[in-house]
Design a protein around this ligand. Sequence first.
Ligand SMILES: NC(=O)c1ccc[n+]([C@@H]2O[C@H](COP(=O)([O-])OP(=O)(O)OC[C@H]3O[C@@H](n4cnc5c(N)ncnc54)[C@H](OP(=O)(O)O)[C@@H]3O)[C@@H](O)[C@H]2O)c1
Length: 431
Amino acid sequence: MSSSSPATPPADARPDAASAARPAAAYISPLHSPLLDDRGPRPLLLLGSTGSIGVSALKVVAEHPERFRVVGLAGARNMERLAAQAAVWRPRLLGALDGAAADRLRALLPTGYRPEIVTGQDGYVAMATHPDAAMVLAAQVGAAGLAPTLAAAETGKVVALANKESLVLAGDLFRTVCRRSGAVVLPVDSEHNAVFQALAGHDLADVERIVLTASGGPFRGRDLGFLGSVTREQALNHPNWSMGAKITIDSATLMNKGLEVIEACHLYGVGLERIGVVVHPQSIVHSLVHYRDGSFLAHLGAPDMRIPIAYCLSFPHRLPLSMQPLDLVRAGTLTFEEPDLSSFACLQLAMRALAGGPELPVVLNAANEAAVAAFLADRIRFLDIPALIGRALDEMDVSSGAADLAAIQALDAATRRTVGEWIARAERTAP
Ligand SMILES: NC(=O)c1ccc[n+]([C@@H]2O[C@H](COP(=O)([O-])OP(=O)(O)OC[C@H]3O[C@@H](n4cnc5c(N)ncnc54)[C@H](OP(=O)(O)O)[C@@H]3O)[C@@H](O)[C@H]2O)c1
């Protein structure tokens, strides 16, 4: 290990006031719910079933069909995949992005199978709050996942949370809602799941620091000169993980780790000064908890999202999974290094946003989603992503606040609009 001190936020990013205002370290939600007392197969609803996490989740379910009952599946545009999943699992509820997608879906379903099909945000919210669902897997991508995930929490569901953007946008709101409704949040994100497991049976008050590991993405060790000319294909080529396009670009910019730092602060109720980030290119150690007696508890495993997904879906039990066990001898040397905050500005921008109060993470996330979509459409360069986010943090008017869902969604929309205008103007003036 080349560094014994995982990267800390820059001194000017320490959120002294913000962390002082937060409650003492405490997990975001209760960990017990009558919905976890299985008296039969666990009723499961998957939002984002057609994505990378959704597909992995259904593989877990397929290995243990007696343990789960799939009550709903939601995709957005990929109706071929949703129809194929629905044909296997026959849930009574299906969700699609809009009426056109729903019509395509209906035409693809097997004869004689007539589920209820709902559409759009209202439809996803109706699914997430449906009385038949005990556990909701929140695996839609981006801010679009916020309203249904929050609605699931408001109705006291067990939320297996992959959609990290929900906590980035509304972490404080989730904490309040879960305390009131009794909803349980279980982290699917591999790093937070690792921390969750390393904390089991321990007191958060004994935690010195939470150390999130980062693979470093495809451009680890590269300088700004190199990053200036990388292509979309290079950025989509993650060395260890197979994921959706947006999170893969976030991994290449290190914004994914920035979002995860914010997610960790909200999940565990700790300030930024108690989160570290260390680059670990092998993606075997998924994160660590450093206790005040000097002990470090780490979670190790193959880089396969079925492991944290299965942990959440079967919580508080564990399910056997058919996969090659991790072979530490074959894995060989495990290395750790400091993240390069100057070449990968997004990590620092996320820390700055968290330190700046609840509005700036909304601006950060919306600017990032707009910039990543433009990069994936070949409209901007890789280094334009952090530049646009930094400009949005500097210039967006956040006076309307981010205290509730409506305010968050308004600020999210305003930021996307503004960043979209900046991109369009730059295209018009480009030689
Ligand atoms: N992949 C991973 O290994 C991983 C690890 C940790 C956390 N996560 C988090 O999990 C979430 C999903 O990631 P992913 O990699 O599975 O993404 P993905 O493969 O791109 O899948 C995204 C899912 O969201 C749906 N979707 C897209 N736009 C939507 C919209 N406007 N409204 C509602 N649903 C929409 C997609 O539907 P269609 O495909 O039908 O259009 C798909 O089901 C993200 O928040 C990500 O950060 C992922």
